[in-house]
Design a protein around this ligand. Sequence first.
Ligand code: THG
Length: 369
Amino acid sequence: MATIAPTTRLRKSPFYDSVMADGATSMMPYNQMMLPGGFGDPESEYRRLTEGVSMWDVACERQIQLQGPDAARLAQILCPRDLSKNVVGQGRYVALCNHRGTIINDPVLLKVADDCYWFSIADSDIGLWASSIAAERGLDVEVSEPDVSPLAVQGPKAADVVASIFGEWVRDLKYFAFADADLDGIALKVARSGWSKQGGFEFYLMDGSRGADLWNIVKEAGRPWGIGPGCPNPSERIENGLLSWGGDTDVHTNPFEVRLDRFVDLDVPDDVIGIHALRRIALEGPTRHQLGVVLDGDLPQPSHDQWYDIVVHGTKVGDMTNGTWSFKLERNIGFGLVSVNCNVGDHVQVHKSGNVIQGQLSPIPFTTA
Ligand code: THG
């Protein structure tokens, strides 16, 4: 089997040596970095996340920083969500769109200071986009990628672990709120956030040379609660309806198709990129929507690496964009991006490499009933 050639194109996270020592068994590229994809025991990793506490190297969620007098203006131009009431120390989930209203990234936006914003990005190059828009619009703002690397602590016991490290005040942080902290001289921000619905925190490490130190502090502090390594978990995130940009979206997907309506404000200023297209789409109504797919039978496993046709009466009605074994439902499940003529309860066939799997459309989040 070929290995990955030495390259600076695939950057190592500050936590890379730690996750390798802790048994990472796979890696995937994300923002030109390596994101751990598993530690060899999917079921234990799922249980740790949903019943205990799990720590993740998500340094690949890079920050794109807007700094300067026009930072707030540029942030608003890039976001079809009203940011006028945003306060320092509060994050927001936003759907960045292009001029056609297609989602090009779905970051968490952190207002770090009145003249400083971070887009904590999914897997596409928003630095290039933001700096080009800033130049074209003649804005006085510097766009950069600072040395900031998130480490996530997720699960029902996460608050106990994080409170034991930083103090009880962390329990009062609202969702997506964040605050500066110092840990044995390691500068970081503590945020209530993370890509799971189990509750949790993210530490934005602001000095890449201290990755192993931070990893070890969290690992030691979490020992009484049985903390262990993990990573963004396909079962948990699909069961609970979290979107994976680029996995569940394509070059035509708009926010209304994938349940992000509530993060779009149609009355933002006219200079916001994509707002004209989004107003038109909202008026006409989207042609696709995202529903769950519950599959019959255990095999063949749906896969994470390819979309599959969803067919009704011999006609393609959409795609299954991601699929996974659900430990909660004990069924294979996936996300369907299907025609708005399809509804919850409809029986469908998922076509995979010549196989036909029977399934039924369901609500998202999935319910066990
Ligand atoms: N943390 C940080 N950066 C990130 C992610 C993260 N960048 C990439 C990716 N993940 C961004 N995508 C999401 C998607 C959903 C959520 C967070 C990041 C999320 N959504 C909740 C929901 O949809 O129910 C809450 C949204 C809300 O109510 O505002 O949490 O994980 N740093």
